[in-house]
Design a protein around this ligand. Structure first.
Ligand code: GRF
Length: 209
């Protein structure tokens, strides 16, 4: 069975990356993580990839100013034959050029129930801080396809968790991360099946010709 080649972009600790690599390894996802790229040097996500013998690299934004960065990203991903790009805690906005190249094949995980607590400035702990301050009784995580907006693409999956009276940013983050891992694996798995079907459809057309 064909395994969809997945490229993962990261900026931090990489617990979502770990969940994906584990799910590929144990056959839960019919895909394989073939490349991990970070825009931040020395992050633990790169070490996680290294430990799993997965090609990984730090791409320095200073060396590739402006659009050159995404062009370099694309070059690396294409070189590895990547078919699906996952943003797993990637704290950099993708250019329209990049999004066009991987249209409907870029997945992002966001630590809130979109359309709440998302968009410009809502990333990392800031999301959970805003949730706490607002007094809402539930939050959660969302997996969505990436389009040109910030956290605006079609939603693939969501799951909520309660916000408890004595919660802190840390306790909410921990509770949300657990569902992030779960729904990211599920959504990426579904997406791999879709890509596989598209590939099969494409091959049929070729054989008719
Ligand atoms: C997650 O909360 C993710 O939703 C957000 O950044 C965090 C990254 O966590 N975008 P990790 O690097 O996967 O551990």
């Amino acid at each position: 069975m064909h395994k969809v080649k997945i490229g993962v972009l990261v900026s931090g600790g990489g617990t979502n990356l770990q969940a994906l690599m584990d799910a590929c390894e144990n056959g839960e996802i019919s895909g394989e993580v073939v490349l991990v790229i970070s825009n931040r040097e020395g992050v633990y996500a790169l070490e996680r990839a290294e430990k799993m013998n997965i090609r990984n690299k730090y791409l320095d934004p200073k060396k590739f100013p402006g659009e050159a960065y995404d062009k370099e990203l694309l070059r690396n991903l294409k070189e590895e034959g990547v078919e699906l790009v996952v943003l797993a805690g990637y704290l950099r906005v993708l250019s329209p050029l990049f999004i066009e190249e991987f249209r409907n094949r870029i997945i992002n995980i966001h630590p809130s129930l979109i359309p709440d607590f998302c968009g410009k400035g809502f990333y990392g702990e800031r999301v959970h801080k805003a949730v706490l301050e607002s007094g809402v009784k539930k939050t959660g995580a969302t997996v969505h396809l990436v389009d040109e907006g910030t956290d605006t693409g079609p939603i693939l999956m969501q799951e909520s968790v309660p916000v408890l009276m004595d919660d802190t940013v840390e306790t909410i983050q921990k509770r949300v991360l657990e569902v992030e891992h779960k729904i990211l694996v599920k959504a990426v798995g579904d997406c791999c099946i879709r890509i596989d079907n598209e590939n099969i459809g494409g091959n049929d057309e070729t054989s008719v010709d």
